[in-house]
Structure formats: structure tokens, C-alpha cells
Design a protein around this ligand. Sequence first.
Ligand code: NAG
Ligand code: NAG
Ligand code: NAG
Ligand code: NAG
Ligand code: NAG
Length: 521
Amino acid sequence: MDRLFFDSILLIFVLNLCFALMGLGLTTQKLSRDDFPPKPHFVFGSGTSAFQVEGAEAEDGRTPSIWDGVAQSVKNERGVDCCDGYHKYKEDVQLMVATGLEAYRFSISWSRLIPNGRGSVNPKGLQFYNNFINELVSNGIQPHATLIHYDLPQALEDEYGGWLNGKIVKDFTAYADVCFREFGDRVSYWVTINEANVYALGAYDLGIFPPRRCSAPFGISCKAGNSSTEPYIVAHNALLAHASAARLYKRKYQLTQQGFIGFNIFMYRFVPFTNATKDAIATQRAYDFYVGWFMDPLVFGDYPDVVKRNAGTRIPSFTPEESKLVKGSWDFFGLNHYNTLYVRDDLDRLKMKQRDFSMDMAVKLILDWDGVPPGEFPIDPYGTRICLEYIKQHYGNPPVFIHENGQKTFRNASLNDASRMKYLESYIGSMLEAMRNGSNTKGYFTWSFMDLFELFGGYESSYGLYYVDLDNPNLTRYPKLSAHWYSSFLKGGRTNPREMAVVEKDSFLHSKTSYASYFDQ
Ligand SMILES: *[C@@H]1O[C@H](CO)[C@@H](O)[C@H](O)[C@H]1NC(C)=O
Ligand SMILES: *[C@@H]1O[C@H](CO)[C@@H](O)[C@H](O)[C@H]1NC(C)=O
Ligand SMILES: *[C@@H]1O[C@H](CO)[C@@H](O)[C@H](O)[C@H]1NC(C)=O
Ligand SMILES: *[C@@H]1O[C@H](CO)[C@@H](O)[C@H](O)[C@H]1NC(C)=O
Ligand SMILES: *[C@@H]1O[C@H](CO)[C@@H](O)[C@H](O)[C@H]1NC(C)=O
């Protein structure tokens, strides 16, 4: 990460002081579940993803995903697959019940359900997800399912280059069709693709995530790739695949199943590094690149002007039909939010002939680690509030879920994770402020329910409410302080955890002011 510049240390110090004072204000005002709308109008949950938690990678007909090979060396070191969720799902659902979770966010493994990505359904994969979803539902926990959380079937990568190829749209839609048909009677909240913006950048610009494609000087040691073009192509195909699956859901299933479908993006809070106008403009540019890249096509039908201008011919254009398909292809948005970054203008980057996303964005991003314990994230008590305000004000206040939010620690840290408890309390409080100001937020999920195989950090970093003892063959789960805190927060409210009602479609889609009025009562 970039180092701070001396001339700005004072500013950062002053900002930190403000944050500290605000943080004090928020944490002394005790949060309660009762401060939020009751389930099913608002749900609190936690999440994991298939590849990161299931294990059982070669069992019952599953074929490899693009993550299997990359993760193998890390996993071999430990000799175990975290967390064997494939076999321990009943126990885990009981842990969710004990914690008081109202909802659970998980993803389906495409290559477990449809080995090799295309063709016939694997009956054992189908059975597993049916069992798991039934277990959630019968225990009063609302299932929120993501169709793909990074783990593309390796077969599709090998056959035609996965997300780089427009063929992915058809295969993804066929896979989505199976999921809606088989599980849609019990799953009412669907997300097509998890944080496609980070995926496109991590996998095709920096080359740190599979399929690890990049080109110098932007990424290092990739066998192949083109950091200047591929992230834009992958993002375009992801939008088209999402829109195609969403259209199918709306035409074929929504009327009878009465559920909702959405898209998920990763979102930083951006703050100008100085009060210079150019840093304010640069901050908007950072939002346009990170957020507008996906949100603008989904809401308005095209990429932001500044993105098109700076990426030039390297970003694909939408045909009029594609634009129509993508625009409005959602019922809600999911945000994965963890951090605040400072933004410095760096327009000189546009002078480079060879550019990637970050050069096109023409800013310098700075994370302020000052005073933050090693392995942890800084806590910004405005984080969720500003992100939710941004979505509300720029995109007409669509329904939003916070799909991921949580503190990172070293996995070997103490179970007494006070910093995670403080983080959650602060960000949940910050979300409440946004909701009281009219944000149409529908739910909140901590990342992650238990310590799992982190895509960025393997078994070194952790976000879990529960610790998983990898040295015990039973992979025993132990509650951390944050699990106790979240549990007592969730149980302090008037919500009935056994209640399984789903929000009426009309009240979900057309309730832009209902939460503000809820708070007025
Ligand atoms: C990436 O693609 C662009 C556009 O086709 C091309 O100009 C550039 O040379 C390519 N870069 C690499 C590293 O192949
Ligand atoms: C912020 O702006 C004020 C004037 O509006 C100026 O005096 C001050 O130096 C600026 N501070 C920074 C850190 O740029
Ligand atoms: C915990 O893990 C981190 C990162 O792997 C390492 O730097 C640190 O030394 C470990 N601490 C202990 C007490 O083992
Ligand atoms: C509250 O919402 C209004 C209307 O969208 C907006 O103008 C205002 O800036 C928001 N307040 C805060 C503190 O975000
Ligand atoms: C694993 O679980 C079994 C059954 O609950 C128990 O008998 C056994 O002692 C446990 N093993 C360890 C190492 O905790």
C-alpha cells in the first residue's frame, strides 16, 4: 500500500480524531435489534461461500472449479479442507439457530450441481443443496443464495476461457435455470454474481485470483493475459450473463415463486485526500470506476462517461438490445463493504500509452493504517452510512443488502476478538443512520459465519464469528466474543426467529420510503 505523505499527516490525524469522537458517540448509544425493522422487512444474517466452506471437493461427482488448483498448495500444508460444511451442514445450521441468525447467505457450487459446467444435473449435488436449504428453512433461517462466488467450473475455463468468452452467458443462464427450478420454491433471494468488480480486477488485471491472467507491468508472473483489455471484457460478459439470468427468472419463475433477484458489488468508501477540488473530482472518478462500472449499466443502461472516455476502445460497448437487457435487470443490490480509502488525483496516469483499469481511473488510493493493529482493518464509523447514501442518492434509492461486512484478524488471534465486535457494532450503527435518513436497506450479513478458506489470505486471515480448529479432526467450531455479541444483539429484539414469512413483492419493490416512515412511528 502507498505510504502517507508528510504534508497530509496532520489532515489524517484530524480526520482520525473526528472518527474517534464519532465512534464514541455511536458505541455509547447501545444498538438493539429493535432499532431496525422486524423480519421479514429487514433481516440480519451471516455468510460463507461454497468453495470456501464446503470441502468435499472430489466427492459425489463434483468436478474442479478454477480455485481448486490454486488453493491446493495452501490446503496441503494444513492437510485439511476447511470446514467440511458439506458433511457438517446440520451442525452448522444448529449453530446459526443458537446464534440467532435470521438469514444465511451462501453460494452454490456450479461444478457440484452441474459437473463440467454444462449438461446433466448431478443428483448428489442436487440432493446436498436440497438438504441444506431444507435444513435452513425448517429451522426458520431465510436462505439467500448466490449463483457464483468466484468458483467457475474449470471445464468452462479450459474449453473457452470462461468469463472472457461470450459463450459464458448461455451456460450461466442454463445453470441459473436449474437453480431457480430446483430451489426457487424455498429460496426467495437470489444473487447472480458475487463482487464481479473485484473478480474482474483481481483475476484479469492484477492476476492474483484464478484464472490468474494479467500482463506486465500491471500484474506479474501470469502465463497469459492482457490487463488493459480483459477486465473490461470480463465485466461486460458478467453484466450480460447476470441480465440474461435475471430476465429468465423474471419471465419464468418470479410470478409463481415470488422471490427477488439482484447483483452484488464490492464497494469502498472513498474520501478525498485533501480538500483540493481535483481530489474531490478524483473521488467521484473512483466511485464511477469501482461502482459506476456496474451500477450505471444496471440502472441507466450504459457505463459512466468518464469510464468510456478513459478506457476508449478497450471497453466493449453495449448494443441497444444489450443495454435494454441490462438496464433494470434487478430487484435489489448487494454491497460488500469493508474499508475506506483516501483518494488523490493522479491524472498524469492518463499520459501513459499502455493503461489498465487503475491507470484509466487516474487516482492514487491510500488506506490509512495509522494505529491499526497488524492484520486488522481500520474502523470508519461512517463507512456503511456513506456507501448507502451514495447508492441512495446516485441510483434512485434501490433496495440494498449489506452482503458482506466484517473485521479481519489473523486466524491465530485470540477468541477474544474485541476489535471485530467493535467493528460490527460501529458499521451496524452506521447503517442505521443511513436507514433513518431514508436508505432502502433490507438486510445485513456479516462476513463470515466461521473462519474459512479466505480467497485472499488462505488460512492466515480470518473474518469468522466462529473459529474452526483445523488441528482437531472434528474441525470443531468455537464462538468468538463477536459471536456472543452478535447473538445477544440479535436476541435482544422482538423478532421471532422462527418466523419464515417472505416480504410481499409489492412492499419489497415499492417501499422506497417505508423505512423512513417506519422510523417515524
Ligand atoms: C492488449 O490488447 C490491446 C488491444 O488489443 C493491445 O493494443 C495491447 O498490445 C495488448 N497488450 C498485451 C500485453 O498483449
Ligand atoms: C483546505 O482548504 C483551506 C481553505 O479553504 C486551506 O486553507 C487549507 O490549507 C486546506 N487544507 C488542506 C489540507 O489542503
Ligand atoms: C499469527 O499469524 C501471523 C500471520 O500469519 C503471524 O505474523 C504471527 O506471528 C502469528 N502469531 C502467533 C502468536 O503465532
Ligand atoms: C440525508 O438524505 C438527504 C436526501 O437524500 C441528503 O440530501 C442528505 O445529505 C442526507 N444526510 C446525510 C447526513 O447523509
Ligand atoms: C470428535 O467427535 C467425536 C464425536 O462427537 C468424539 O467422540 C471425539 O472425542 C472427538 N474428537 C476430538 C479430537 O475432539
